[in-house]
Design a protein around this ligand. Structure first.
Ligand code: DGP
Length: 115
């Protein structure tokens, strides 16, 4: 755990958040500044700063994150209508929290290309 990382502290229960799912390796919570009717952030408990810091051994963990997103989409009732999964990376990618995370956005139509 990185003690100065907001998402590590949410995963540890030190900062309150609206959790929607948690297990041994993955935690999901509602975004504090939602950009869609459903906006959930899915993170690994383990601190990984960004996609740039992934290693081959993280492949299974990434699979768990995507499977959690799939289950949450079903529970939120947006699996059939569709949703967007986003991983912002670095400055130009719009990443503001340096703990890798998957945004699950749904409940409205998303345009393409993104802004
Ligand atoms: P990104 O810009 O891709 O790094 O997304 C970070 C997201 O995290 C952003 O949409 C806002 C959200 N966020 C930041 N701080 C908190 C927090 O303390 N609680 C919750 N629930 N979400 C947060």
């Amino acid at each position: 755990m990185a003690s100065d990382c907001i998402f590590c502290r949410i995963a540890a229960g030190e900062i309150p958040a609206k959790l929607v799912r948690e297990d041994e390796n993955v935690v999901a919570f509602r975004d504090i500044d939602p950009k869609a009717p459903t906006h959930v952030v899915v993170i690994p408990r383990r601190h990984i700063a960004s996609v740039n810091d992934l290693e081959p051994g993280d492949a299974a963990l990434l699979g768990e994150i995507f499977l959690a997103a799939k289950e949450i989409a079903r529970e939120e009732g947006i699996a059939a209508s569709g949703y967007r999964l986003v991983v912002n990376t670095g400055r130009d990618g719009g990443q503001s929290v340096d703990h890798i995370h998957l945004h699950l956005l749904g409940g409205r139509r998303h345009s393409w290309p993104p802004g």
